[in-house]
Design a protein around this ligand. Sequence first.
Ligand SMILES: [Zn+2]
Length: 168
Amino acid sequence: MNGNCILLNGDYTFLGLVDWKKAMGLMFAEKVRILKFSDRVIQGVGRTFRAPAVAVLVKVVRSVYRGRVPFSRRNVLARDRFACAYCGSRIKPITMDHVIPRSRGGKTDFDNCVACCRACNHKKGALLPREAGMALRHRPWQPTIAEFIRIRLRHSGVYGLLVELGLA
Ligand SMILES: [Zn+2]
């Protein structure tokens, strides 16, 4: 997790990552308490100290992270972790499929678009999933920014630390 510190809101919900210098600055300003220090040793002037790994804000802030992720094809693929929503394949290229086809009034938004491998996209064409004999592995949804960050963190050591702390 490379110098990043997990920043939690005052209610212990996950806010995001800040670099350790920012976390130290917040600590000296008494805006955060450090819950956990990392193994990374920082060489300071005349002494060494450990970089903060998890910091919690002293107060609860209303956060932009509760906002909605803006729609884009890339963000749909990231939400679905670049795996086909029908068969689970990660074989590239992963395309984007409209669950309800555009030709039948399906919208281009997070609630109607999923990641889809080329084979499934070809098979489904302009049909509804059930017409094509296909089933979604998950329903599409509009992610919040906090959820989105969490999804992207699953691949990194940060997520394991959140689990370890009972926060994910
Ligand atoms: Zn597929």
